[in-house]
Design a protein around this ligand. Structure first.
Ligand SMILES: Nc1nc2c(ncn2[C@@H]2O[C@H](COP(=O)(O)OP(=O)(O)OP(=O)(O)O)[C@@H](O)[C@H]2O)c(=O)[nH]1
Ligand SMILES: [Mg+2]
Length: 443
């Protein structure tokens, strides 16, 4: 095994492989996109230089070496020619396969779970986040005591908690891990208890909670920053946000639209496909805020080629977290600035026809006024605010105020009369005040 000759902070040369099992399992995703996502994941790890990447097709995983003989040699040559030190395999690798591949290729190897754990370990900020990553890492490591992935740890002092046990004392190590997990679990319980107290204190603040959720890199933090003026890290890096960040804000007055309602906005960790099961469980509590949200904003990167698949993944995870189907939810179609004019115009049409969809650009601010009106409307519904009926008469030319009422979702019925439109409404006092604050059209 090639040991680094010194501890200088030069980046680790990493090679990314996405094993494509083809028809061996139902493949929803284009393997090239999966590889691109794996490379993006790898970039999220500090101190890494990607020196190569490939989709490696295999008909059936070999139990001993994952890849068959020919493939093994082929990849080995490529690894040698780029002098790779670390191989990231975007999929599950058994401990035995890992050991054999490391020996055969003379590299360190991380599988997908190991990689995500490394990233989580690097990103965790709060006490609870750190403890959860430690728990997840330990339970993962317990199953593969053949060898710990000590390479990165040595490089940058990360993941010290997994300790890199040697291969000689597996039994003792297992016991030590169990003890450590028990300790962590106790600490975690204490932290969660404290947090519950905090939450109880916050519950007295009568602001509704609005949670931003979505696939990683969808633009949640960027939107959060736009809306709060805060500088939560927004990076073109997966998992830029690990622990939820919450901030109380007053909804801005969107051109006479929204009400100045106070809300708590919560930014959360991004989702990814095939989140390792250990992590789903471990991060459930991190996403607990989502369970308490009065309104969920599902932020989507609508410019991403696999935006539909990503949305399905998010829906699945929300369901597995126990988010109720009748929780109010707005789909925020983000990054419309990155679309062609035609696609964008088409989206805007769909959006204005579809309840619960708002297209925006968190980057340019386009569409945010409408989003704020929609948040207000959805919240008033979620909070079950009392509504009254009203009728409003508008001139045919008053398209703006008519659009506002439709956007706010308060129109029950519309009829044309001789000199304009009569709109029958059901609205809350807040919505009424918002409408009355709109400028009247020039007569
Ligand atoms: N073109 C374009 N890029 C955007 C927009 N919103 C966000 N981005 C970019 O997308 C990348 C990811 O944005 P983030 O806000 O960090 O995404 P996130 O959803 O918080 O990601 P995680 O925290 O990793 O889950 C950054 O490079 C942003 O600048 C947008 O409306 N248009
Ligand atoms: Mg973020």
């Amino acid at each position: 095994m090639a040991e680094p000759t010194s501890t200088e902070a030069r980046p680790t040369r990493a090679y990314v492989i996405h094993p494509d099992l083809g028809h061996a399992r139902t493949q929803r995703r284009d393997p090239e996109h999966a590889l691109a996502e794996a490379v993006a994941l790898a970039h999220a790890l500090p101190g890494i230089e990607i020196v190569g990447e490939e989709v490696a097709r295999l008909r059936e995983p070999n139990p001993g070496t994952l890849f068959g003989k020919g493939k093994l040699a082929e990849i080995s040559d490529r690894l040698a020619s780029v002098e790779a030190e670390l191989v990231l395999v975007d999929g599950p690798v058994t401990p035995v396969q890992q050991r054999n591949l490391e020996k055969d290729w003379d590299v360190k190897l991380l599988d997908r779970t190991g990689l995500i754990l490394e990233i989580f370990a690097d990103r965790a900020r709060t006490r609870e986040g750190v403890l959860q990553v430690e728990m997840a890492a330990l339970s993962y490591q317990r199953t593969r005591l053949v060898r710990a992935w000590t390479h990165l740890e040595r490089q940058r002092g990360g993941l010290g908690f997994v300790g890199g046990p040697g291969e000689t004392q597996i039994e003792a190590d297992r016991r030590a891990i169990d003890e450590q997990m028990t300790r962590l679990r106790r600490q975690l319980e204490r932290v969660v208890k404290t947090r519950t107290l905090h939450r109880a204190a916050r519950a007295k603040v009568p602001y509704p909670i609005v949670a931003l959720v979505g696939y990683t890199n969808a633009g949640k933090s960027t939107l959060f920053n736009r809306m709060t003026g805060a500088e939560v890290m927004a990076k073109d890096m997966l998992f830029a946000t690990l622990d939820p960040t919450m901030r109380a804000i007053r909804l801005p007055d969107a051109g006479g639209g929204a009400s100045g309602r106070k809300i708590i906005l919560s930014d959360t960790v991004g989702f990814i496909s095939d989140l390792p099961p250990e992590l789903v469980a471990a991060f459930r509590a991190t996403l607990e805020e989502v369970l308490e949200a009065d309104l969920i904003l599902h932020v989507r990167d609508i410019s991403h080629p696999e935006t539909e698949e990503q949305a399905e993944d998010v829906a699945e995870i929300l369901e597995s977290l126990g988010v109720d189907e009748d929780v109010e939810l707005i789909e925020v179609w983000n990054k419309i600035d990155a679309l062609s004019d035609d696609t964008r115009a088409a989206l805007r049409r769909t959006d204005s026809r579809t309840e619960g969809v708002q297209s925006v650009s968190a980057l340019t601010g386009e569409g945010l006024d409408d989003l704020i009106v929609a948040i207000d409307t959805h919240l008033s519904r979620a909070l079950d605010e009392p509504r009254t009926e009203a009728t409003v008469r508008l001139a045919f030319s008053d398209g703006r105020r008519r659009a506002w009422l439709h956007e706010a979702g308060v129109v029950e019925r519309e009829e044309a009369v001789e000199d304009g439109l009569v709109l029958h409404l059901r609205w809350t006092a807040r919505q009424r005040a918002g409408f009355e604050a709109l400028d009247s059209p020039e007569e």
